[in-house]
Design a protein around this ligand. Structure first.
Ligand SMILES: [Zn+2]
Length: 86
């Protein structure tokens, strides 16, 4: 049985040391090594029909659209801001 390789990383922002099984070319590790994520706003299912919802349920529709917005990292896909709490 080969032992799983453990990779060591250091966060350039916090200086925090971290051991992970994920390789350096893994998107999550790329974000870690570069000290941040690439935020990208995304809209959920409600957001896609946002214009329609805003017209039909005005003004409630606009609120729904804002609730369904979330910010995700373009590279690793981690949810930075889920829109509801933030
Ligand atoms: Zn990321």
């Amino acid at each position: 049985m080969p032992q799983p390789r453990v990779y060591h990383y250091q966060n350039p922002v916090t200086g925090e040391h971290l051991a992970s099984l994920l390789p350096p070319d893994h998107p999550e590790m790329l974000c870690l090594q570069q000290g941040g994520h690439i935020p990208q706003s995304k809209f959920g299912i409600l957001g896609k029909s946002c214009v329609l919802a805003a017209i039909i349920w005005f003004p409630l529709g606009i609120g729904l659209c804002l609730l369904d917005r979330r910010v995700q990292c373009k590279r690793c896909g981690v949810v930075i801001d889920d829109g509801i709490c933030g």
